[in-house]
Design a protein around this ligand. Structure first.
Ligand code: ADP
Ligand code: MG
Length: 343
């Protein structure tokens, strides 16, 4: 007997799940991204919780849906409709491409999917229940076009991971943060977030980030923002930044999307701050909602399983262009005139 063995698929998936599915908010991120990739214009996230934590995550979309065969395949590791080979990665437009999220989530939870293809011939949809990676139920059901996925009993079979979950409110805060950043990057979708029957967040389908900002953070902030614009041959900069008087103690309110993917990037956030120069006190940071379109060939999204970080070619030029665009936007704006009058 040899001491070395090849792990079975279930074990492999549970281990892989550790990278992608860190907490309930990771599940939310993957499900919302799938709904966006499916071309949904309306997405509902319904979170159930009790004193102990998050009990249920349900995402309903009106996207392209799946046939019965596709729905089964979707739970296989490395099964994706989004790329064919590594070359496709350099021109990636979808949020997903690894084909791992559903397999990973289903390895550590109980997942129920109800789906029906858009414009398909079948009148009925498909309902599949997967528990710990095994399909335990499959049936035909009446269903609207689109997809509903319910994730329950997260980490039921991985107690170590379950132990690391924080309080219910902390997990909820992470979930809302994920939903907010996706909503900001996807004005083409109307998002609604409901928690234990109460609406927590709703955005309109507007296409404009300003409408989303108003919906999420209030009309006053949205009204006070200054538009930013910039263009180099390989990057287009758009979005809004705050007046210097609206500042924060950290970078967390600088939200950035690259080609529709909301990302976290210190160099880009630092470039935004740099554009303010001495208009902001030391150690203070602006609020910003930046939308960058960058040649897909310059953006490597395959850096980390959760894809929150990307690697940029020509990063110096890109951050330089951002700082310049911010500086220009502020210079072209009569900041004194817009300072709100004393009450
Ligand atoms: P990836 O998104 O990287 O392709 P996933 O495991 O998240 O991998 O999903 C696997 C496949 O299942 C997707 O490529 C897509 O074809 C299908 N799929 C998942 N969620 C949805 C959805 N909400 N609507 C339609 N198809 C979906
Ligand atoms: Mg996905």
């Amino acid at each position: 007997m040899t001491k070395i063995r090849v792990l079975d698929t279930g074990t492999v998936n549970q281990i892989a799940a550790g990278e992608v599915v860190e907490r309930p908010a990771s599940v939310v991120k993957e499900l919302l991204e799938n709904a966006i990739d499916a071309g949904a214009t309306s997405i509902l996230l319904d979170v159930g919780s009790d004193m102990a934590g998050i009990t249920k995550i349900r995402v309903t979309d009106n996207g392209e849906g799946m046939t019965a065969d596709e729905a089964i395949l979707a739970f296989h590791p490395h099964a994706t409709s989004k790329i064919r080979d590594i070359a496709d990665l350099s021109a990636i437009r979808t949020l997903g491409f690894r084909g791992e999220a559903l397999a990973n989530i289903a390895a550590v939870a109980e997942v129920t999917i109800v789906t029906r293809p858009r414009g398909g011939e079948a009148l009925a949809g498909t309902r599949i229940v997967v528990r710990g990676g095994e399909v335990v139920e499959k049936s035909e059901v009446g269903a609207p076009e689109g997809t509903t996925i319910v994730v329950e009993r997260l980490f039921y079979n991985t107690p170590a991971r379950r132990k690391f979950l924080k309080s219910r409110n902390t997990e909820l805060a992470h979930i809302y943060a994920v939903a907010e950043s996706l909503a900001l990057a996807h004005g083409e979708v109307a998002f609604r977030v409901v928690q234990n029957g109460k609406e927590r967040m709703a955005t309109q389908r507007s296409g404009g980030v300003l409408t989303t900002v108003a919906g999420l953070y209030g009309a006053d902030l949205a009204r006070s923002l200054i538009p930013v614009e910039g263009r180099l041959p390989f990057i287009r900069i758009g979005g809004y930044i705050s007046r210097p008087s609206e500042n924060r103690g950290n970078l967390s309110q600088i939200s950035v999307s690259i080609n529709g993917r909301s990302i976290s990037s210190r160099p880009i956030a630092a470039a935004v701050r740099e554009g303010y120069g001495t208009l902001l006190p030391k150690d203070r940071y602006p609020v910003a909602f930046l939308e960058l379109s960058i040649d897909t060939g310059l953006v490597d999204v395959n850096v980390h399983p959760t894809k929150r970080e990307v690697r940029l070619s020509r990063e110096r030029e890109i951050t330089g262009a951002i700082a310049a665009a911010v500086e220009e936007a502020l210079a072209g704006h009569d900041l004194a005139r817009e300072t709100p009058a004393e009450p």
